[in-house]
Design a binder for this molecule. Structure first.
Ligand code: SF4
Length: 239
């Protein structure tokens, strides 16, 4: 389905029930809750993209976390992964504050939108290939609507990279063959009506950040490069 705006798309997205396993999981988590959040009402639905609808920079993750975005209803909000990501966005001038705890915390992004190829929390953070493919139409549509302003994309992790390349190809950018490989610091310029700069960054998962595989300076460096490539106004210092 084609939408006139991302707001219209997101209004339908939050009611999506196409993936039976993910619908069951997101709702079960929302009922059972984690003890620390037992007094909260979990979102328990698909999580839409977050950020301006005319963004020049898009960040693509994997899927909502069970007790993070699936609880709060906003991408990367309310968990350790989000703590790392939003602190880095703030450090390079793309977010107005370094923390993200709830949808009413005042957080705003500058020229940057965050989305994921799968919009519902999956068990063990692992969506199946079928679930990725089922959710793809939302990403197709989000890219189509962002295309007029989009200049750069940062992909967090190999899952998002693999999911996004065919979407970019169908949206009109020329994806080289063989397909560019994911890696931290990977940077590919895709030709199209307007060139698109594609950057790879390790995912901000606890597995990566707790072990030091991904450090704040590493994330900030990629975000700053991407912000410059997107032509976002401001001062983006590479640490
Ligand atoms: S993962 Fe995507 S396609 Fe599947 S139910 Fe959630 S929003 Fe719908």
């Amino acid at each position: 389905m084609r939408y006139q705006s991302l707001a219209a798309m997101d209004a339908d997205l939050v009611d999506c029930r196409r993936c039976p396993r993910l619908v069951a999981w997101r709702e079960q988590v929302a009922r059972d809750k984690r003890a620390a959040f037992r007094d909260e009402t979990y979102w328990g639905r698909p999580v839409p993209g977050f950020g301006p609808t005319d963004a020049g920079l898009l960040i693509v993750g994997l899927a909502p976390a069970a007790h993070g975005a699936n609880r709060t209803g906003r991408m990367f909000t309310g968990d350790r992964s989000g703590d790392v990501l939003y602190a880095a966005l703030h450090a390079v001038g793309l977010a107005n504050q370094p923390t993200a705890v709830s949808t009413d915390d005042g957080l705003a992004l500058r020229g940057t939108r965050i989305t994921s190829p799968v919009h519902c929390a999956p068990p063990a953070n692992k969506p199946s290939p079928t679930e990725r493919d089922t959710c793809r139409s939302w990403l197709d549509e989000e890219l189509r609507l962002l295309a007029p302003t989009l200049r750069a994309v940062v992909v967090l992790g190999g899952f998002g990279w693999k999911a996004l390349l065919p979407v970019l190809g169908d949206a009109g950018w020329q994806v080289p063959r063989p397909a560019p490989r994911f890696g931290h610091g990977a940077h590919v310029e895709l030709a199209g009506r307007r060139p698109l700069h594609l950057f790879g960054c390790y995912h901000v998962s606890q597995q990566n950040t707790f072990t030091g595989r991904l450090t704040p300076p590493m994330i900030e460096a990629v975000l700053a490069d991407a912000a410059r490539a997107a032509g976002l106004p401001g001062r983006f210092e590479t640490p």
